[in-house]
Write a protein that binds this ligand. Structure first.
Ligand code: AMP
Length: 114
C-alpha cells in the first residue's frame, strides 16, 4: 500500500534495521525502542490490523508468531521471556496501520500497561 510506512520499509524505500526477512515476513528494530530488545514482526501482505484478518490468513499469522518466538530466543529472551504485543486501532494504541507484533524484552515489564 503506497502510503503505508511499513510497506515502504518492505519495499526498501525507507530504511529499516532488519532482523529477519523471507518471502512473507519482515522483522526490524523499532525506531523508538521501549526496552533493550524491541523489534517488530510484520507480514509483507498489507493487513491493516488484527480485526481485518481473514480465515485465509491464519497460516500466515501462525508463521508470524512462531517467527517472533524464534527471533526473541535469538535476541536473548529465551530464558527470562519477553512481551509479545499486537495493538489494534485507536483504543488499542495502534499508530501504524499495518499489522505488527511488538517483541519487547531485556527487562521486566509491569502489568497492566498504562
Ligand atoms: P503501534 O503503536 O503498535 O502501531 O506501533 C508502531 C511502532 O512502529 C512504534 O513503536 C514506532 O516506534 C514504530 N515505528 C514507526 N515508524 C518506524 C520506522 N520507520 N522504523 C521502525 N519502527 C517504526
Amino acid at each position: 500500500m503506497s502510503d503505508c510506512i511499513f510497506c515502504k520499509i518492505i519495499a526498501g524505500d525507507i530504511p529499516g534495521k532488519k532482523v529477519y526477512e523471507d518471502d512473507e515476513i519482515l522483522a526490524f528494530h523499532d525506531v523508538n525502542p521501549q526496552a533493550p530488545v524491541h523489534f517488530l514482526v510484520i507480514p509483507k501482505k498489507h493487513i491493516r490490523n488484527i480485526m481485518e484478518l481473514e480465515a485465509a490468513d491464519t497460516a500466515l499469522l501462525g508463521r508470524l508468531l512462531f517467527k517472533a518466538q524464534e527471533l526473541a530466543v535469538e535476541q536473548g529472551c529465551g530464558e527470562k521471556g519477553a512481551r509479545f504485543v499486537i495493538n489494534c486501532k485507536d483504543n488499542g494504541g495502534q499508530t501504524v496501520d499495518h499489522l505488527h507484533v511488538h517483541v519487547l524484552g531485556g527487562r521486566f515489564m509491569e502489568w497492566p500497561p498504562g
